[in-house]
Design a protein around this ligand. Structure first.
Ligand code: URA
Ligand code: SF4
Ligand code: URA
Length: 195
């Protein structure tokens, strides 16, 4: 089976999933999108309103900023894979609960097995904490390479919605640090794209 076939099966399972209470309030599930052959996978927290409406990840305000950040280093959205820890929108965009993350996590792990990226970029504290199974602050870990399962690396970055609330571009600001981080992501992309 091709990666496309496998991802289609995962998507069908997600679309029928009722394993946690978030199923009850969703309009659409949001599986993820992008290249299934990329070395880089971005993982956010969960769908927001626009994502719930459209079924696509990172298409609202935060998503548009993520797209711009990628384009600033000549990476197109379609060159990477973009998804979330939970596939259904939490009401009022609250943080998904640990039980919800646990109920949904096997889908993300399946996606990681299919795409087999070299570098996973958790966006924000929630995604970072999910991967490392403990509460961690993104400010402390963003821009660090962290060894993870199967020879993969985590390279955490600030969540774009955090950047929307902190628009300063001063030296050392979250946006300035993100600019440094995305340049590193670009270097990973170039290093690993032919792998
Ligand atoms: N925020 C997220 O964490 N994920 C999305 O898909 C959109 C906004
Ligand atoms: Fe299933 Fe995940 Fe949606 Fe919960 S968030 S219902 S576990 S797909
Ligand atoms: N992303 C940022 O965060 N800052 C820039 O200046 C460009 C892209």
């Amino acid at each position: 089976m091709t990666r496309e076939d496998l991802m289609k099966i995962v998507g069908e399972r997600i679309s029928k999933c009722t394993a946690c209470p978030l199923y009850a309030t969703r309009t659409n599930t949001v599986v993820g999108e992008g290249s299934l052959y990329t070395p880089i996978m971005f993982v956010g927290e969960g769908p927001g309103e626009e994502e719930d409406k459209t079924g696509r990840p990172f298409v609202g305000k935060a998503g548009q900023l993520l797209t711009k950040i990628l384009e600033s280093v000549d990476i197109k959205r379609e060159d990477v894979y973009i998804c979330n820890v939970v596939k259904c929108r939490p009401p009022e965009n609250r943080t998904p609960k640990q039980e919800e993350q646990k109920a949904c996590g096997h889908f993300l792990f399946a996606q990681i097995m299919i795409v087999d990226p070299v570098v996973i970029v958790p966006l924000g504290s929630t995604a970072l904490s999910f991967f490392l199974n403990q509460n961690l602050s993104i400010s402390e870990y963003r821009g660090k390479e962290i060894d993870w399962k199967g020879g993969k690396k985590l390279f955490p970055m600030f969540h774009p919605s955090f950047l929307l609330r902190n628009p300063s571009k001063e030296k050392g600001s979250p946006k300035d640090l993100t600019w440094q981080d995305i340049k590193k992501v670009k270097a990973f992309f170039e290093q690993y794209k032919g792998r």
